[in-house]
Ligand binder design. Structure first.
Ligand SMILES: Cc1ncc(COP(=O)(O)O)c(C=O)c1O
Length: 437
């Protein structure tokens, strides 16, 4: 399952962006996050053109929580995307990359007063309000700073995205946003239109991540417009913008066939148009904020293979009665998703990529947890080989931690036979810098 510019060359080596994975591992060390810049640009372009073909003024915002560094923020901006941020840290990175503040939306289900004040002073374009407390705080702070802030209200529309519990965020029973079902969203919206310092310009919902069918998105559009009609009937207020979140899934295996961006655009824009017409509401500007589907398939992680261990295993899937553990020089700290929710990924033995995948092995990391990645069929790895885990572009670099005080891997962008480092490897000095005791 090769993606973007990935290919296996005549030497049996996995390549990306015209560079062999083993050469990248030699030059930059392992573990290493590698981003296929051409594929990433192509995906940004695909999003903007697919949505603008359906609705020319669509606001496509990249959700930076999926992958963030200055180079990525700059690239997304260059490709015509806005960006969404969910913390002052994300805000600092995108502003330092030169992205104009008015192209940003600030998210988060608990923005503290000092964070709201900072966002106001930074003049971010939009703030997505997540609670009544937050609305009131924003109003107070905006008035004290003599500003008016454009805002959207995040609602929980009561939709199941049919994805993992940890990444399903649109049901009524959720910590995110204001629930439509119990009237909380309507009450909040009514109050918000009366608050000084806040211009309520729209509605927002994000129903979850790694969604592999179009139905939940269609339902989302219908529910948001239905809510807009109720709001209009009650208060006269109508949304200038409707932001329908991110959530489109990517291929983590051959069997997964997520809808195309073009089909998502047709479905979402079509559903908003139909529902707006049915409810007699002026067609709002559409906003979307994809993360995973922009960056996920463009990333891979390279590891060097360490010790192999063969252990007795009565439940071995191949009936051999034994299991081979293949240890790599990373794990939980650079990719927590397998341990968090059983995520799996396509894997190649990068330096012997054309050999038959003859052995079922269990990949594991080197942390003081049983940080098994997952079982995978590969040519039997040998210590020193390079393992490439594909589709790690989303929620890996940004979810990395310092568990066991391993240093976090660097990020390298590759394109047209060239590689450039955009985030350097963390060092022990970095770890010690914060320790002031
Ligand atoms: C508010 C919001 N918007 C967008 C996204 C991006 O979602 P995805 O990466 O699934 O596209 C998220 C992810 O959690 C989110 O919370």
């Amino acid at each position: 399952m090769l993606l973007g510019t990935q290919r296996i060359n005549s030497r049996g080596q996995l390549e990306v962006g015209g560079v062999e994975a083993t050469a990248l591992a030699e030059r930059f060390g392992t573990p290493l996050y590698v981003m296929d810049e051409e594929a990433l640009r192509a995906k940004c372009h695909e999003y903007v053109s697919a949505f603008r073909a359906q609705a020319p003024d669509t606001m496509v915002s990249f959700a930076t929580k999926a992958f963030l560094c200055r180079a990525a923020a700059r690239l997304a901006h260059e490709e015509g995307l806005h960006l969404d941020v969910a913390s002052l840290g994300e805000l600092a990175v995108v502003l330092s990359a030169g992205v104009p503040a008015e192209h940003l939306t600030l998210h988060g289900n608990f923005k503290k007063d000092d964070e709201l004040a900072h966002a106001l002073r930074s003049q971010v374009g939009l703030i997505a309000l997540d609670s009544v407390d937050e609305m009131r705080a924003l109003s107070r702070l905006a008035q004290s700073l003599g500003r008016r802030q454009r805002a959207i209200i995040r609602v929980a529309p009561g939709i199941d995205g049919h994805t993992l519990d940890a990444i399903s965020t649109g049901r009524s029973d959720t910590k995110f946003g204001l629930t439509v079902e119990n009237g909380a969203a309507l009450r909040a919206m009514e109050e918000c239109t009366k608050l000084s310092g806040v211009d309520l310009v729209g509605l927002h919902a994000h129903i979850g991540s790694q969604i592999l069918t179009l139905e939940p998105f269609e339902l989302l559009a219908e529910k948001l417009l239905e809510f807009a009609r109720t709001a209009r009937d009650r208060t006269g207020w109508t949304p200038e913008v409707i932001v329908l979140g991110g959530g489109l899934g990517i291929r983590y295996s051959d069997e997964q066939r997520p809808p195309s961006v073009a089909d998502l655009a047709k479905t979402l824009v079509g559903a908003v148009k139909r529902a707006a017409h049915a409810h007699g509401i002026k067609m709002p500007r559409i906003g979307i904020e994809p993360g995973r589907s922009v960056v996920g398939e463009s990333g891979m992680t390279l590891y060097r293979v360490g010790p192999l261990k063969e252990v007795p295993a009565g439940d071995a899937a191949d009936g051999s009665g034994k299991r081979t553990y293949v240890t790599v020089d990373g794990g939980l700290s650079d990719n927590p998703r397998p341990l968090m929710y059983g995520a799996t990924y396509p894997v190649y033995l990068a330096n012997r990529a054309s050999e038959p995948a003859s052995h079922l092995v269990r990949l594991c990391g080197r942390h003081c947890e049983t940080d098994t990645f997952f079982d995978v069929k590969l040519p039997l790895p040998r210590p020193g080989d390079i393992i490439a885990v594909l589709s790690t572009g989303a929620y890996n670099h940004t979810m990395a931690s310092n568990y066991n005080f391993f240093c976090r891997p660097p990020v390298v962008f590759v394109a047209r036979g060239d590689a450039r480092i955009v985030v350097r490897r963390e060092t022990e000095e970095d770890l010690l810098r914060r320790d002031v005791g």
